[in-house]
Design a protein around this ligand. Sequence first.
Ligand SMILES: *Cc1c(COP(=O)(O)O)cnc(C)c1O
Length: 403
Amino acid sequence: MTKTNEEAKETWKHRHDNGVHHIGNTKKELLQNLAKEHGTPIFVIDHEKIRQNYKEFKECLPNVQVYFALKANPDPGIVKTLFDMGCSFDVASMPEFMMVYDNIKDMPDSERQDWIWDKIIYANTIKPTETLKALNKCKPLLTFDNIEELRKVKQYAPDAGLVLRLRVPNTGSMVELSSKFGVDPGEAVDLIAEAFTMNLIVEGLSFHVGSQCTNFENYIQALQLSANILKETETRAGQRIKILDIGGGFPVKYNPKVKSFKSLAKKLNTEIKRLFAPDMQILAEPGRFLVANACTLVAKVIGKAVRDGKPCYYIDDGIYHTFSGQIFDHCIYSIKTFKEGEKHISAVFGPTCDAFDTITLSAELPELNINDLVYSENIGAYTHASSTCFNGFPPAKVVHISR
Ligand SMILES: *Cc1c(COP(=O)(O)O)cnc(C)c1O
């Protein structure tokens, strides 16, 4: 007998084998029940898992303030859950800024101002002038990495606090960011001095080692670079910088080969202690780490064929939708079934009229029928966030559990 959703939620146990998140039988029942209730495709967000991820991050890096990078998954429900945990936020556009702001709009003005200063970093180094004007009233921290941006800030947001983004090695990270962002370390001290000459205040340094960083050496080198620049700024410009933002990149165990976050955290704690004064404020901007393993997609087989001797399944979610992470995030999500049976190498396609909408040509699947359900785990980061409405197919419906 299948359990009701409520019973299944009660008994849902997260099994951890070697740190990899696996689905238990009760979760399978719940996913099937949710698909029955809401239709497909559904993007199931487990808020308890997000709270666990946040707690794990704080426990491993107790002296680091956590700014969730909304770009990984800008669901207002996730923002609310993390807001209630005391999390801070990394935003990169006015709509993202407003999504956080919505949670504090009832605060008295005076408190709100302090809150924003403390809890939001606008971490897109490039900002339209209209955005700078709007942000100046709220005085958040803003990142920058070049002189043109500094001139814009001087004109449109002179009351903001500034954080200089450094270009650091992104070697071996799944998603590279250093080609687009960050000042060369050799030019950093001059740019900081220039900002102070313009009567702007550089409050901090930031970097990003690349997303899904499994080469922990990137963090070590970035910390060392930052420490050198801080020292030089003190001696050459006579200015003391008190914020260090170590960015995102914290890896998720998509497979057992990924080294654990715990071992990275240990290294970070040691290096931070070695290189920086105890009163240095350390920030981090995890995106993927907080949400990737908290979301599961359930889709349905809507068509079936044999092409070139291979079983082919057409499902109601694809590359233009939740599986967009396979393009933008260079991540592969395996397709799993609720039924057992002898497995065959099969192709799985999305629903649109584009051959590019191919999820995989080599899934090992039992024979499936029209209306059978399939699911993909660990699909919470850079997936639903980049869904389109291409060809008239809307993004998967979001379903929240254990909110
Ligand atoms: C994308 C991004 C993040 C989040 O990165 P993750 O690898 O998902 O942790 C943090 N900071 C900035 C500036 C970003 O652009």
